[in-house]
Design a protein around this ligand. Sequence first.
Ligand code: KG4
Ligand code: ZN
Length: 344
Amino acid sequence: MLALESSCDETACAVVEGLEVRSSVVASQIAVHAEFGGIVPELASRHHLSAVIPVIERALDEAGLRGFDALDALAVTDGPGLVGALLVGVQVARGLAAATGLPLFGVHHMEGHIFSAFLGDAERPATPFVPHLALLVSGGHSELVDVGGLGDYRILGATRDDAVGEAYDKVSKLLGLGYPGGPVIDRLAAEGDPEAIAFPRAMLQRRDNLEFSFSGLKTAVLVHIEENGQPRSRAELADLCASFQAAVVEVLVTKARRARTKVGRDRIHVVGGVSANRALRAAMAAAGEAEGFAVVSPPLRYCGDNAAMIAAAAAARLAADASPEVDVRASVALDDPTMRLVPR
Ligand code: KG4
Ligand code: ZN
């Protein structure tokens, strides 16, 4: 399976065999968008256009393939994402499908992130796809999803406003730390005191509530800066980052634990770009240890956007004899009826 991913600011192509990654190439546009403090959709589309063919050629090459003959099928992220960015991957994939006669599977970006936890490569073995409670945390999503099987996704709770990654990126901008904010705040937080500033933990009181809200936390950081000025030293900056991060992590871990108990799964998978976060990984692992559930996160190379996860999701659909369909949708939920497995 060869897949393309171009939903946001990464142009990616990968070749997989089932859950085994044969090659995974990611061309990041971070440098393009960094000077604007966030993603500029029109620039993203243009850079996907110039990157996509070389990225495909490299993915074939690194998988040891000369051309498309050894492939069974093609796949592409067809939503959700920036519509102009999605269209580049989808139109190129349609062209390849027409030229090769291979079937083309459209893949939901978040289904891809769900599959990222099972991928295997030269450094680690693949693991079989099993039901689990997924905490999906990325730049565009913060969701708790009960994953019953392929295409069987029940959203238990989502964010009412900002996604977690978005909160990191906005707070980073407030502090003049640039885009993307996650990695830099993660690093600074490791040096700081998480109890230095008491930031709010939104919507934790009601035990049956599995929704998130992060825009109030972002505002609390803004108010703190307005009242106290920008941090005057690296230590103060680190304390602020650590305190912000502690609020995020406490909410995520608490809600994920509640959701797992509610649906009775024995494992929590943390996936999406924010799953790279060290404090989140450590806190979730500690909760798993204390309460006796398994915690799984992808290796760092598959946390952020990549095409291997898209290819693996499509490979599972191909193996289940699902009918291939592509339908570009900038906004489509994981539990949309069209996500259900419809065998051919
Ligand atoms: O999944 P992803 O690569 O793209 C989307 O589908 O959105 O997620 C990107 C997000 C960005 O908001 C970025 O700041 C965040 O993931 N991120 C992190 C870390 N690394 C990336 N957030 C917290 N800690 C990190 N280490
Ligand atoms: Zn993503």
